[in-house]
Design a binder for this molecule. Structure first.
Ligand code: ADP
Ligand code: MG
Length: 228
């Protein structure tokens, strides 16, 4: 029952996202930021607690940016463009999800062995990776944990990012629905994560291969052409 799918490209579904989504998400973000700012000023919290608040604020800030970017999906922000090898982004996203991983008994392994560069929007790539890492962890959270493997390497002018989990896996039918707006099997899911992933990888002319086995786990293989 091994299912393999190759999506070489995905239709541009961005237009299906309405402006009202971004607007409605921005409000709770602003309110939450406000309360966290207040909390940060408290004299009774520890240094460590303050650090958590800082991190939460940073992430909310980023969420705000991403929401803004959601509607301008098609055009990367010029100030975020870099010519690089994905190390900073894959590592940054990994560090961010470590607490979430430990909370769900997931061990994260990270290997980086790539010297190829390409041009990309750092924020978008970070968000894309966070979505993939997060999905991997969420696939393992009801199975008592597991291992999330992140492996970056290169093959023939392509940067290869492998993200592998030992989670619940997907059926062929489920795989084919990935990236459709609002497709989610989670109680509190948005079904926007994979849409973002497809759109971002499409923009760097990359492809996404998915290899999944129900009850065993899933591997996402991103192949992104390098640019000289
Ligand atoms: P959300 O995570 O909010 O549900 P996503 O677009 O990120 O939305 O993912 C859509 C759906 O794809 C998930 O609800 C889940 O059913 C499935 N999925 C994505 N990644 C994985 C994975 N690594 N293992 C199993 N299922 C996955
Ligand atoms: Mg998700």
């Amino acid at each position: 029952n091994r299912e393999q799918f190759i999506h070489s490209e995905r239709l541009n579904v961005v237009s299906e996202l309405s402006a009202s989504v971004s607007h409605e998400i921005r409000n709770p973000l602003t309110v939450t930021s406000g309360f966290l700012q207040l909390l940060k000023k408290s004299k009774t919290i520890t240094q460590e607690e303050r650090k958590y608040i800082e991190l939460s604020l940073q992430e909310l800030n980023r969420a705000e940016k991403i929401v803004s970017n959601y509607l301008s999906f098609a055009k990367p922000q010029s100030e975020n463009m870099v010519y690089s090898n994905f190390f900073a982004e894959t590592e940054y996203a990994k560090d961010l999800i470590i607490p979430y991983a430990s909370m769900h008994q997931v061990e994260v392994q990270f290997h980086f062995n790539n010297t190829l560069n390409t041009r990309y929007d750092q924020n978008q790539i970070q968000q894309c990776l966070i979505n993939l890492y997060k999905n991997g962890i969420e696939a393992m959270k009801d199975t008592g944990g597991g291992t999330l493997l992140i492996d970056v390497s290169e093959i023939k002018h392509h940067i290869i990012i492998k993200i592998q989990d030992t989670g619940i896996g997907m059926t062929r039918e489920q795989i084919s629905r990935l990236g459709k707006p609002y497709y989610s099997t989670k109680e509190k899911g948005t079904g926007l994560g994979m849409l973002m992933v497809y759109s971002t990888i499409n923009k760097v002319n990359g492809t996404i291969e998915i290899d999944s086995q129900k009850g065993k786990g899933t591997t996402f293989l991103l192949k992104i052409p390098s640019q000289s």
